[in-house]
Ligand binder design. Sequence first.
Ligand code: ADP
Length: 414
Amino acid sequence: DNPDDARMVERLLSESQGAMEICSGRFKAFEVSWVRGLAEAFGLLSHCKLEPTGFSAVLVDLQLSDATELEALAAVRSAAASAPVIVLTDFDDDGLALTAIQQGAQDYVAKDHLDGRLLVRTIRHAIERKRAEVELRCHAREVEAARARIEQQAAELRRINRELDDFTYIASHDLKEPLRGIAAYCGILLEDYQDKLDVDGKQRLDTLVRLCGRLENLIGDLLTYCHVGGSRPMQCKIDLGRVAEEVIEMLRPSIDHRCALVRITDSLPAVPGDATLIGMVLSNLIGNGLKFNDHQRPRIEIGCLPTSPATIYVRDNGIGIEPKYHEDIFTIFRRLHGRTEYEGTGAGLTIVRKIIQTHGGRIWLESAPGKGTTFFFTLGPSAEKPPLEQPPKAPHWTQHAAAAQQSGIRSFAS
Ligand code: ADP
């Protein structure tokens, strides 16, 4: 609103070599329009839409006759959101100028220090800064839109998964009834008609009863699989050490039967989760360590690595697993051996992984044929996921044995 200031700006710009046109790199003379106050500025801005045909930048006095401090800035920003704004201060008022920048101005210059080169440079920098800001905002909007799309797809996937689980649950449940009927009729035939059956007939009926039993186990596992995925487990803290001890006690008959040594090496942390489900995880992993183990004296070690969240591991000295099967074994009913070699349905690890995933964690393993197997799992999202190829290493048996000896605990017999 000061004609002298306006004329000075106009003169400095017209005397300058011209502005470097940002896109084309050519020099081009400045075209300057000036107005006497905010009301007139509004009129001009609403007539002339900004870039590419309108204004490349707006220079605004912090105080105008029709606007108080910073009001002019806010008003110009709302009227011309895509234009860079440079604030002209009357004196070297850095405090006010900085507030102007915090409120969206791209730069400021003090009128009493003004020269042509400084003004041109400030305008060019402001234009670049604004362009970067607009691009950044545009990217942020794209990222936000992509995130919303992913969230929507994830919700859709969760819904489909729930439907599949419901379907599997109902189908399995309904299959159980007729299956029980078949098994019962086989029993009746074997008991009441044994005089009429020859050896071959009896053998076939026995096979039928065995197959019914197997099918019942498979259906039972399917039901468990559906059941554990139902909802997010309770998130109160459980004492993992205590859960592990209870599981070991429960498995005591099989442990003793195999003359196995099962021990908890580290003090296990308290973790948020469902004790029953985590008990199932440990029981499955320990059970597998006993089952897939040809040693006279199987050894199983349950420990914890100090990651965040804690990494729990279950390590065995069993037959091991070829690396190419490390992912396959989590597929439902996938088994690497015949049932005559090792009993089972092939659903255990699938259930284990589902339980861990519903706790927000993940499971992986280290294993090779003849070298034993270590399953690692976390129960909660990691701040930073260790890459799959380099999971935290479980300490070696010998390290534990040495540590155990140092602390007076009887070490493992090899
Ligand atoms: P199941 O124990 O009923 O066979 P799982 O889902 O628990 O089913 O395991 C799938 C397959 O992974 C097993 O059949 C076995 O081949 C392999 N496996 C699992 N745990 C171990 C282990 N600790 N050592 C060696 N092989 C294992």
